[in-house]
Design a protein around this ligand. Structure first.
Ligand code: GLU
Length: 298
């Protein structure tokens, strides 16, 4: 069966999206993702959207965004306009955060990364193991979750920098049973049980970035009526958090299709810093569109 053919065509108005972050040049993995989304949208008679995920205002640059448009056009893709740019929609993410705060599911956290690191190191010095999330980062310590309301208010009044985190334990209690998603990806098919607890108390907003990836992606997928999320396998585990947020915020659930990742010749995952697998670099070196399609196995 052709890749991506297992889409759920029950949806009346299929909407697909490719959602890159303009923090570096697109590479072959992005090419696979973008082409798959585009082709699946066409064969389902649906829409194909491009969304620029630029909430990180320090790492996302206008020149990277401009190159995304050039690269995608060169790949032969066309998308609906205007393009949604997340940096223009912080108020919408803030409204979702406020809803979660009002539900008592989010709390202000005050420890810096350095403090968390030191705490974990001290704990592990005794030979014990501190849990890590699927990306390898230590789970956030429970201290701030258990702070009194008065202490929270006092710290905020003193202007102590803080992030807003999801109280995962509470959120999962409220979300209730049977949190899962429909997966049509290459490796797994059918309903997949979500387990957001592996991520601990995820950040939903920081003092220097008013929304997190997790929060903005679920808000946007709902606002843009996305029915099919097609993205790399590296985001498979994040889907558990997305399903939880969708349940808490009363948002519809898309179908998910996590596709294979493209590795470099040494078998490592591609990254934006590896210029030689960048689409623009390959184009400059004389690669044609069919070379790119063949390299990513399409
Ligand atoms: N912006 C994310 C990235 O560039 C992708 C988000 C998604 O497809 O859900 O990795």
């Amino acid at each position: 069966m052709a890749e991506g053919s297992m889409i759920d065509t029950a949806s009346q108005n299929p909407v697909f999206r490719f959602a890159p972050s303009p923090n570096g040049p697109l590479h072959l993995g992005h090419a696979l993702s973008a082409i798959l989304n585009h082709d699946m949208a066409r064969s389902a008679g649906g829409r194909f959207l491009l969304r620029i995920e630029d909430i990180d205002r320090t790492r996302c640059l206008p020149e990277h965004e401009a190159l995304i448009y050039t690269d995608l056009a060169w790949l032969g893709l066309s998308w609906e306009k205007p393009v949604r740019r997340q940096s223009e929609h912080f108020a919408e993410y803030r409204a979702a955060l406020t809803r979660l705060i009002d539900l008592g599911l989010v709390y202000p956290s005050f420890m810096t990364r350095g403090e968390v690191k030191a705490r974990v190191a001290a704990f592990e010095a005794d030979g014990k193991h501190w849990p890590r999330d699927p990306d390898g980062s230590p789970l956030y310590p429970p201290d701030d979750r258990d702070l009194s309301e008065a202490s929270r208010r006092q710290l905020i009044a003193q202007d102590v920098r803080h992030a807003w985190r999801l109280d995962m334990r509470r959120a999962m209690e409220i979300a209730g049973e049977r949190l899962d998603w429909l997966e049509t990806g290459d490796d797994v098919g059918g309903r997949v049980a979500a387990d957001p607890s592996i991520w601990g108390d995820v950040v939903l907003s920081r003092s220097d970035a008013p929304s997190s990836y997790h929060l903005s992606v679920v808000v946007d997928d709902a606002l843009q009526a996305v029915t099919h999320v097609v993205r790399g396998m590296d985001l498979f585990q994040a889907t558990s958090v997305h399903r939880l947020l969708q349940r808490l915020l009363g948002l519809p659930q898309p179908t998910y299709h996590h596709h294979r990742l493209i590795a470099d010749p040494d078998g490592r995952k591609l990254s934006k810093s590896q210029g030689d697998t960048g689409i623009a670099a390959l184009r400059a070196a004389g690669a044609t569109l069919s070379d790119i399609r063949a390299t990513v196995g399409l």
